[in-house]
Design a protein around this ligand. Structure first.
Ligand code: LLP
Length: 409
């Protein structure tokens, strides 16, 4: 099946009901086989290219997931000292880790570089500091803002002219001036356009912009085109056609390398593409409320566990795994937080009864990592199913976890 076709939502192989029974509710469950398959699809699409996949681990930093990535030859993209530490605890060598900061204190960059990671420099002041601090002794990449608007919604577009990220492609003269002043060793150009990008066209456009910019830097080894591939949240959704994208970008990349006179490495740093479909948030129905206006299904979770629907209006498909064949009814699925934490509005689901288990799909990316303790609620446990084996990879939080940083207990 081509990756542009809608995802068949019924193909997950793991027994979600049994997991909830064993590990309790609510629960994040991940399927390792899906992550392996997705990484394989990406490698396959760029077959013949010197490709490096740098997993954007902000999507999911569970150490078991990081270890799985390492095992399958996927390297890491991190955005903070905490993510860098986690990568190293998971067994990565710092040289396999790229630090892609966004206006962070320069001391964070120093600690990443001194640990052995390579940095994507995202501003002229940081480039100045980098030059003063390291001269030509440490390599770095430059994060270019190509001034291209693309992505699923305004909050997750990162490369348009008004975006805070990176150094505008219109400022290459200034970049080159600083590079020359300190003899900085620029080994790569980087850009990340945004998230949820379906069409090949924005990827091709930014690639061309980067290739053009690259001609002004004589010693490059790397072109890093970021992440942002669209995955299927909605049954019938069309997603980035990896096969087609791979073919088109590879062609242009090879032409560029010929013109440049050297074979370069091509890097991508996907988050969602690798882990979104692998994850499920499993919850239990607490109350079914038949109101004159709506039928409400309350669940033992909320925006504290999965904030994407409330933050971006994102669609997450929901399965009623306790009553899959029930008659269809229309519901608002809501959380237990004292906010309007609506997961889904006017959603048709097989009849939901109190105590039924619901599964939110595509919860592997930006689910747990964006969770919080709002309302003094505890975060769920996490389970990884891999090689036919289910394993608790994070225990459920306790009240003690919540209290341990407070001074006045
Ligand atoms: N590289 C950089 C520099 C990034 O900022 C990001 C995501 C990625 C790679 C990975 O993008 P992905 O392949 O996952 O689309 N929380 C939002 C998505 C924000 C992504 C932020 N940066 C969401 O849940 O939709």
């Amino acid at each position: 099946m081509s990756s542009a076709e809608p995802t068949p939502f019924s193909t997950h192989q793991i027994d979600l009901a049994a997991l909830l029974e064993t590990y309790g509710s609510p629960l994040y469950a991940y399927d390792g086989a899906t992550i392996r398959r997705k990484a394989g699809e990406l490698k396959q699409a760029f077959d013949g290219i010197d490709l490096k996949i740098k997993y954007a681990c902000k999507a999911n930093t569970n150490l078991a997931i990081l270890r799985l990535m390492r095992e399958i030859g996927v390297e890491l993209d991190v955005v903070s000292p905490g993510e860098l530490e986690m990568g190293m605890i998971a067994g990565y060598n710092a040289s396999q880790i790229t630090f892609t900061p966004s206006g962070v204190p320069f001391e964070e960059v120093r600690s990443a570089v001194d640990a052995g990671a390579i940095v994507n420099v995202d501003s002229i002041p940081l480039l100045e500091w980098f030059g003063q601090t390291y001269g030509n002794t440490k390599p770095c990449l430059i994060r270019i803002k190509p001034n291209v608007a693309a992505g699923g919604n305004a909050k997750i577009m990162t490369a348009h002219a008004d975006s805070k990220f990176g150094i505008s492609v219109l400022m290459l003269d200034e970049v080159l001036e600083v590079v020359k002043k300190y003899d900085i060793k620029i080994v790569g150009l980087h850009q990340h356009t945004g998230s949820d990008i379906k069409d090949a066209e924005p990827f091709l456009k930014v690639a061309d912009i980067l290739f053009e910019a690259a001609k002004r830097f004589p010693d490059l080894e790397i072109i890093d085109l970021g992440g942002g591939f669209k995955v299927s949240y909605l049954p019938g959704d069309h997603v980035t056609d990896m096969e087609l994208l791979g073919k088109n970008i590879s062609e242009r990349f090879n032409t560029f390398c010929n013109e440049y006179g050297r074979k370069l490495q091509l890097w991508f740093e996907p988050g969602k593409f690798l882990v979104s479909e692998s994850g499920f948030l499993l919850v239990k129905t607490t109350v079914v409320k038949e109101d004159p206006a709506r039928n409400f299904v309350h669940v033992d979770s909320g925006l504290n566990h999965l904030i994407r629907p409330m933050m971006y209006g994102s669609y997450h498909h929901i399965l009623n795994i306790s009553n899959p064949g029930g008659p269809l009814k229309t519901y608002n699925v809501v959380g237990y937080i004292c906010e309007t934490d609506t997961f889904a509005t006017d959603r048709e689901l097989p009849e939901v009864r109190q105590g039924d288990v619901l599964a939110f799909l595509n919860a592997g990316a930006y689910g747990f990592t964006m969770s919080s303790n709002y309302n003094a609620r505890l975060r769920p446990a996490e389970v990884l199913v891999d090689n036919g084996n289910a394993r608790l990879v994070r225990r459920r939080e306790t009240l003690e976890d919540l209290l341990k940083t407070q001074m006045d207990i």
